[in-house]
Design a protein around this ligand. Structure first.
Ligand code: NAD
Length: 260
């Protein structure tokens, strides 16, 4: 479906981003992986996706918290592939703490990676998308772009911010064949969620089992984690020609969480 197109997926060495990169590669897009991790493991990932799908798989280790690093990454991507046709802003981090105890460096990092990075990649990818009359931008937001939870003030602020950013850019790009949407997953059992279970247990004074049952899955009427594959399939659909009329949408994929 995406033969000849290039996808850049930020934060794709793990979790949801990796699942999206694999899915887009299986559907024929060349992919640029981004994110942190062990160099050998990343090289192995690149090889396995390329071998399975036959597409060109590149890796760029740019730090999404730094504007200059993002500018350099976008320049390298455009130099190699001519444009980024499918831009998936997925890199994200979390920190769980009461607002009056929230570490300043964590606040700044969450706003930079979960929100400002998408501004930088978008402003640098959009001119070529517009010129070519085609582009897809999918921002991986969260159910926390639609509703809040306590002890996640920075994350909720950044995710609500990306929902607004998605709508504004969608309006600017709409006449040029470029769609801009946000997907809002509920809880997906990735390293990001696994890491916050002990912190949430500490912040709320409950056990880790109680966090999974009474905090995480309590919010989701399905009582099931959303899967990486489901988010990847949804994202691939938004990148497809069939989704040309979907833009500026902030779309839940959260097992009914925000229906409450
Ligand atoms: P994850 O921790 O498994 O993966 C995060 C990825 O981002 C990794 O590849 C990591 O290396 C990369 N990353 C982190 N900081 C970076 C930086 N400064 N520069 C470049 N890359 C960086 O997390 P995940 O659960 O797959 O989350 C992916 C996205 O999905 C995030 O935006 C997250 O907020 C969102 N999300 C996750 C869930 C969930 O339940 N897991 C739910 C809703 C939304």
């Amino acid at each position: 479906m995406f033969k000849g197109k290039t996808a850049l997926v930020t934060g794709s060495t793990s979790g949801i981003g990796l699942g999206i990169a694999q899915r887009l590669a299986r559907e024929g897009a060349n992919v640029i992986l981004n994110g942190f991790g062990d160099a050998d493991e990343i090289a192995a990932l690149r090889r396995s996706i390329a071998q399975e799908t036959g597409v060109d798989v590149q890796y760029d280790g740019a730090d999404m918290s730094r504007a200059e690093a993002i500018e350099a990454m976008m320049a390298r991507a455009i130099d190699r592939f001519g444009a980024v046709d499918l831009l998936i802003n997925n890199a994200g981090i979390q920190h769980v703490a009461a607002v009056d105890e929230f570490p300043l460096d964590k606040w700044n990092a969450i706003l930079a990676i979960n929100l400002s990075a998408a501004f930088h990649t978008t402003r640098l990818a959009l001119p070529l998308m517009r010129e070519r009359g085609f582009g897809r931008i999918v921002n991986v937001a969260s159910a926390h772009a639609l509703v809040a939870s306590p002890f996640k003030s920075a994350y909720v602020a950044a995710k609500h911010g990306i929902a607004g950013f998605t709508k504004a850019v969608a309006l600017e790009a709409a006449e040029h064949g470029v769609t801009v949407n946000a997907v809002c997953p509920g809880y997906v059992l990735t390293p990001l969620v696994q890491k916050q279970i002990p912190d949430t247990a500490r912040a709320r004074g409950i056990t880790e089992e109680e966090v999974v049952r009474d905090v995480l899955l309590h919010a989701q009427p399905t009582k099931k984690f959303v899967t990486v594959e489901q988010v990847a399939a949804f994202t691939a659909f938004l990148c497809s020609a069939d989704a040309a009329s979907i833009t500026g949408a902030v779309l839940p994929i959260e097992g009914g969480w925000t229906a409450h």
